[in-house]
Design a protein around this ligand. Structure first.
Ligand SMILES: NC(=O)c1ccc[n+]([C@@H]2O[C@H](COP(=O)([O-])OP(=O)(O)OC[C@H]3O[C@@H](n4cnc5c(N)ncnc54)[C@H](O)[C@@H]3O)[C@@H](O)[C@H]2O)c1
Length: 422
């Protein structure tokens, strides 16, 4: 790499769904990368060439390790001498309030190794103002340097879509921002080396809001079709057919589909960062977000209610019945069960006295507190009810249709006399 290519030593703080793909892409692009994570067991796995992120194969990890330019570590001293650092740590909610302690800890750690001319980018999703009002001051205090005049600071939201083979880090446009002109230039220069297209915006608040807008848009539209699905079922109208028909409109319509609720690290959480900020700063409710939360959080209960009604018609009780859940991950073809609505459905059914069993080829037994079984004709035939919670492509839907006595399909993958759709 020529010296014109700019800085070469990168630290990525947090080696999860977002940080690990970024670290690996940066190695491919010629950086020396320190992948720092507090979780020592994750670091050991990475060093041994075992990936826990589904979109990263062991082969990809092995080749990056073999390059000698990727170092997974839990030793903060290895951050020393970085040119660019990116923060990819969790931003959960604690009882509805943003928990920024992970960002604070990451920034404090980086501050000790920040040098004049260095660049720090926050990628974790948070409310507008986090980069300037929280990360900047922590970096300044810990380093004795000034943001802007001594080091560059920016925000770039991550758009990674786990399980999507078409849109990857490098071909998804990346929004970039800085607290001032030179910071924006440094941040954009960094990402220009990793992705095909960067999209600069004028400030970090605009970039932070972009991410929340994208996720809130999705959250609200999913809530819209979820509520529509509940009314359509009452009115005996096929909502799925209406959605398919509406999707033929070539302009002014975007397809969203109903489901058992939203899950993962983004939709159940990110919009609340925005509504929290609006309420705290302006004293007003963000009604769309609150309504969408209300509808989407209700969906697992609705699925259980539909099952109760169906069993009632069949003359059975949930109590004492065996229910087989197909898919527990929140998203098709992934093994991510964080905030998954399937977990809420399973808990509710178990509380009603059902014997819950789960089929999910993307999850391991130790992560599922119910018997995790294979999808077989016997397993299907021995269940009193089957619920398609997550429509993984790996499932043999013909087998389900042939052997299940009753199926509640929340994803519109099946049809037939024994199948009811959401
Ligand atoms: N997963 C997604 O699809 C996605 C997409 C876009 C944005 N995001 C956002 O990106 C951020 C990271 O999400 P994720 O899904 O990668 O989370 P993750 O839980 O998969 O990974 C985060 C990692 O950070 C580590 N960590 C926590 N505190 C640390 C610290 N102080 N120093 C070093 N490591 C630390 C954890 O051990 C963990 O390995 C979140 O703000 C999330 O909202 C996630």
């Amino acid at each position: 790499m020529s010296p014109d290519d700019g800085p070469t030593r990168l630290v990525v703080v947090g080696q999860g769904y977002v940080g690990l793909p970024l670290a690996l892409r940066a190695v491919e692009a010629g950086f020396d990368v320190v992948g720092f994570d507090l979780d020592g067991s994750r670091v050991k796995q990475l060093a041994a060439g075992t990936s826990y992120v589904e979109d990263i194969s062991d082969e990809q990890l092995a080749s990056v390790l073999a390059s000698g330019r990727y170092e997974p570590t839990d030793d903060p001293e290895r951050m020393a001498g970085f040119d660019v650092a990116v923060i990819d740590v969790p931003t959960p909610l604690a009882e509805g309030v943003p928990n920024l302690s992970y960002i604070e800890a990451a920034a404090a750690c980086l501050a000790r190794h920040l040098q004049p001319g260095g660049t720090v980018v926050l990628e974790s999703t948070s409310y507008p103002g986090t980069t300037e009002e929280l990360v900047g001051p922590i970096l300044e205090e810990g380093s004795g340097l000034f943001a802007g005049s001594d080091f560059h600071l920016g925000y770039s939201p991550e758009r990674i879509d786990p399980g999507n083979p078409d849109w990857r880090l490098e071909n998804t446009p990346k929004v970039v921002s800085g607290i001032d002109g030179p910071s924006l230039e440094a941040v954009q220069h960094f990402y220009d080396r990793l992705v095909e297209r960067t999209v600069p915006v004028s400030g970090t608040r605009e970039a932070e809001l972009t991410k929340l807008l994208e996720n809130t848009f999705r959250h609200v539209n999913i809530a819209l079709v979820n509520e529509l699905a509940m009314f359509a079922a009452e009115l005996d109208i096929d909502v799925w057919e209406a959605i398919d028909a509406a999707t033929t409109k070539p302009f002014g319509y975007l397809r969203f589909t109903p489901g058992p609720g939203v899950g993962g690290h983004c939709l159940p959480i990110d919009p609340s960062y925005l509504s929290w900020k609006v309420r705290r700063t302006l004293g007003q409710p963000f009604r769309f977000v609150e309504l969408a939360n209300d509808v989407n959080e209700h969906m697992p209960d609705y699925v259980v209610r539909r099952l109760l009604l169906a069993f009632n018609r069949l003359g059975r009780t949930i109590n004492g019945s065996r229910i087989l859940l197909l898919g527990l991950a929140y998203k098709r073809n992934t093994g991510d069960a964080r905030e998954a609505p399937g977990t809420v459905i399973a808990q509710a059914l178990a509380a009603l006295g059902a014997e819950v069993r789960v089929v999910d080829p993307h999850l391991s037994g130790d992560s599922v507190p119910y018997p995790l079984v294979e999808l077989t004709a016997e397993e299907l035939a021995s269940a009193h009810g089957v619920v398609v919670v997550t429509d993984h492509d790996a499932f043999d839907y013909d087998l389900v249709r042939q052997h299940a006595a009753y199926v509640l399909d929340t994803r519109n993958r099946l049809s037939g006399p024994t199948v009811e759709r959401l």
